[in-house]
Ligand binder design. Structure first.
Ligand code: TRP
Length: 346
């Protein structure tokens, strides 16, 4: 019997706050589906988060648990898969350093996501500048076959493929070239209708928002500025409420009917917003219930993190040994007694 080894996924998030609906439709929804078929490593990238919050480490510390809680709440399985805290697996940093030696600086300079992010930073640190390259190491350390991400991350996956190819060419084939997989709604608009949902813009609905907060946020959404009375014909294009209904309302035929009625001035903004807040609250209810369970069982959350990180560390050590063997470094025969002595002293 041929045993087909399960393919590997690595993906991750920076722990910089609670997760929102944009994370769900752009990424988590995919992860939940894929976790059955693949062995998944879900990385809590706290080292990468330092690139944004080196002076606010408290925020990263709090968010590690928040992100783990959000992941458990949406139904990611920490037993069949692995929740990994990046800083507890030093091999990520080690591989990152090694791969940086074969990463052309020009390739980093041309990375469009990094370019636009750097415009928002005052004094770009070397660490931040290096983050796409360190993400390459995150992915390759697990020898991932597939990387489900938001579409802003695509340049980083392209970079990963190039570096994998280059490493394999120089030192021998170790790494697969991973494929990217983008979520169903790559850029969910924020409740302000202006930009992608993002914590820093304050335009989010969080997975952990209670019912009344969701209702308030939906009521604040922009609809159709040309519509003064409820009986005026309404526009669907650019209407934030309908963008959310497109993303979350399951019954597409019924949604089309709502759209037609709205266009004909047959339903008020208040009514259609009620449809949306009901839809979102129904969707969020099981997530809130699971969150409440884990909030009152913190030992379960810790267990998920400890077990996943431990399993990942074993894999990481295996890969890093293979890498060093392939590169023929850190194993100098005539110095082997020095190495032993160093290890003994540690
Ligand atoms: N950059 C991702 C984010 O912005 C987080 C991340 C770190 C990641 N390492 C990764 C994503 C590896 C995919 C693969 O949240």
């Amino acid at each position: 019997m041929i045993m087909n080894k399960k393919k590997i996924i690595l993906t991750g998030m920076r722990p910089t706050g609670r997760l929102h609906l944009g994370h769900y439709v752009g990424a988590l929804e995919n992860w939940i589906k894929l976790q059955k078929e693949y062995t998944c490593y879900f990385l809590i990238a706290d080292y990468q988060a330092l690139g944004d919050y080196a002076e606010d480490v408290a925020r990263i510390r709090d968010s590690v648990i928040e992100v783990a809680l959000d992941w458990l709440s949406v139904g990611l399985d920490p037993e069949k898969n692995n929740f990994v805290i990046q800083s507890y697996v030093p091999e990520y940093a080690e591989l990152s350093m090694l791969l940086s030696m074969i990463t052309p600086k020009g390739m980093i300079d041309r990375n469009p996501t990094l370019k636009s992010e750097m415009l928002l930073q005052k004094d770009v640190s070397l660490g931040f500048y290096n983050y796409p390259a360190s993400q390459v190491a995150d992915i390759l350390l697990s020898k991932a076959d597939v990387v489900p991400v938001g579409d802003d991350q695509l340049p980083h996956i392209e970079l990963t493929r190039e570096i994998a190819r280059k490493f394999n060419r120089i030192y021998g084939k170790i790494f697969p070239e991973p494929e990217a997989l983008v979520g169903r709604v790559p850029r969910l608009i924020g409740i302000d209708g202006k930009a992608k949902m993002s914590k820093s813009l304050g335009n989010c609905i969080y997975l952990s928002d209670p019912e009344d907060v969701v209702i308030k946020k939906v009521n604040k959404m922009y609809t159709d500025p040309t519509r003064i009375r409820a009986t005026d014909p309404g526009h669907i294009e650019g209407n934030v409420v309908f963008m959310y209904l497109d993303a979350f309302y399951q019954d597409k035929e019924k949604l089309q009917i709502f759209k037609n009625v709205y266009k004909n001035g047959g339903i008020s903004d208040v009514e259609i917003k009620k449809v949306l807040s009901d839809t979102l609250n129904k969707f969020l209810q099981p997530i809130r219930e699971r969150r409440a369970f884990y909030e009152s069982h913190p030992a379960e959350v810790k267990k998920a993190l400890i077990e996943g990180t431990t399993r990942s560390r074993i894999l990481a050590q295996k890969t890093i040994t293979e890498v060093k063997n392939a590169m023929n470094i850190s194993k100098y025969e005539d110095l082997s007694n020095i190495k032993k002595a160093i290890e003994k002293n540690n």
